[in-house]
Design a protein around this ligand. Structure first.
Ligand SMILES: [Zn+2]
Length: 239
């Protein structure tokens, strides 16, 4: 089935019996495409596809396509929306601005994850957005801190102890970092920062150093402190 958003044709595929879930996946994807275009800059393609795949309840991003675990169309239906809108954000943070996903996974994952806050804010309002921040990001991070497993966000995938630490640090703590940056500089400047970042590095494979250069364009000394406290690796990387 198809729909259209800002000149992009969005196609949602489904297996027999999963039409209602596919209709929902189409709706979430179209909404996300509109909301992210408004915040980050327009989606530059006329075609976008969303399809179920045998990856249980997980998602995976590809250029102009997202795969959603086939179980999110059935028994994990409650995960479908969040998964679809996280993967849709990768169209900007992974496809338009690309990075090494093993050496510096935080560059695309933290921002794709944070983008969900903008989606929830826009579709459901600030109370629900706050609930997302607390339940999805703050609570898992607090759990990790209680186990003394808190660490810096900008580290390669193999540096993490396990999948839980990787996801909690790179996704949840990374998203909380963006949330804190946004609180610090204000919503309008934050949107401008992301728009400039997307424009400046469009179609490039960037590094954390370039990300930092974009942050330095914002004349706010508090941001460097935030970066050092949350993101910067414990020992400087050899490049
Ligand atoms: Zn992701």
């Amino acid at each position: 089935m198809t729909d259209e958003a800002y000149g992009t044709r969005v196609t949602s595929y489904y297996l027999p019996g999963a039409e209602a879930a596919a209709q929902a996946a189409l709706k979430y994807t179209v909404q996300a495409l509109r909301i992210y275009s408004d915040h980050f800059g327009e989606y530059p393609f006329t075609d976008m596809r969303v399809a179920p795949a045998p990856i249980s309840f997980r998602g995976m991003e590809y250029p102009q396509a997202i795969l959603l675990g086939v179980e999110t169309y059935t028994r994990f239906r409650d995960k479908l929306e969040m998964l679809a809108v996280h993967e849709m954000a990768h169209q900007w943070w992974y496809q338009i601005v690309h990075n090494d996903p093993v050496a510096e996974p935080w560059l695309d994952e933290a921002l794709a994850e944070f983008s969900m806050r903008l989606y929830i804010e826009s579709t459901r309002g600030e109370d629900d957005a706050q609930r997302l921040v607390v339940q999805r990001w703050q609570t898992p991070l607090n759990g990790l801190k209680a186990k003394q497993q808190d660490t810096a966000v900008d580290q390669p995938v193999p540096a993490f102890l396990n999948g839980t630490q990787y996801e909690t640090i790179v996704y949840a703590k990374g998203a909380l970092f963006y949330d804190t940056v946004r609180d610090t500089i204000g919503v309008r400047r934050f949107d401008r920062f992301l728009q400039n970042y997307a424009r400046k590095y469009r179609w490039q494979i960037i590094t954390s150093q370039q990300w930092l250069d974009a942050l330095r364009d914002l004349p706010d000394p508090a941001l460097m402190t935030l970066f050092e406290e949350w993101i910067q690796p414990p020992t400087p990387k050899v490049r």
